[in-house]
Ligand binder design. Structure first.
Ligand SMILES: [Zn+2]
Length: 149
């Protein structure tokens, strides 16, 4: 999200932002990090409230940082677009899980996309918790430095 915002802040063309922000998502997925896309069906079915709370908290923190960085920026729309594009790839994964859980349906296109996305994805492991935190903080700090520069 912050990486996408950084891209939007520096590149002022919606098409270019779309391409770079989408690519940045898959690149940062290689790094150890947290997200919600593992055991997603289980989370939706059995821990729905906690799951929503987690997403909401994460989103609220992201939005607060975003507004702090861009409130007075002339590029706020570009940055917001970049941030949205950067979370879009995982939103599609969420959409797939919602289809699975509530409609018991697998859509061919979403399944293809899911397998494609999985190839890039770093799968977490307890040993990587430390590196996960380091990586996320580093990427977020870098994005903020780029935005403020
Ligand atoms: Zn992803």
């Amino acid at each position: 999200m912050l990486v996408g915002a950084a891209i939007g802040a520096k590149i002022h063309s919606f098409w270019a932002i779309f391409i770079f922000a989408a690519v940045s998502h898959f690149l940062t997925d290689f790094l150890p990090h947290w997200d919600y896309i593992e055991n997603l069906e289980d989370e939706i079915k059995n821990k729905f409230l906690v799951f929503n709370l987690k997403i909401f908290t994460d989103f609220a923190i992201g939005l607060a940082i975003f507004l702090w960085l861009f409130w007075n920026s002339p590029f706020i729309y570009y940055a917001f677009f970049g941030a949205l594009v950067a979370i879009l790839p995982d939103s599609l994964i969420l959409l797939r899980s919602l289809f699975l859980v509530y409609l018991k349906k697998r859509l061919a296109l979403l399944e293809k996309y899911f397998n494609f996305h999985k190839k890039f994805h770093f799968y977490k492991d307890k040993r990587f918790l430390f590196w996960g935190i380091i990586c996320e903080l580093t990427v977020a700090a870098l994005a903020i430095v780029i935005i403020l520069s």
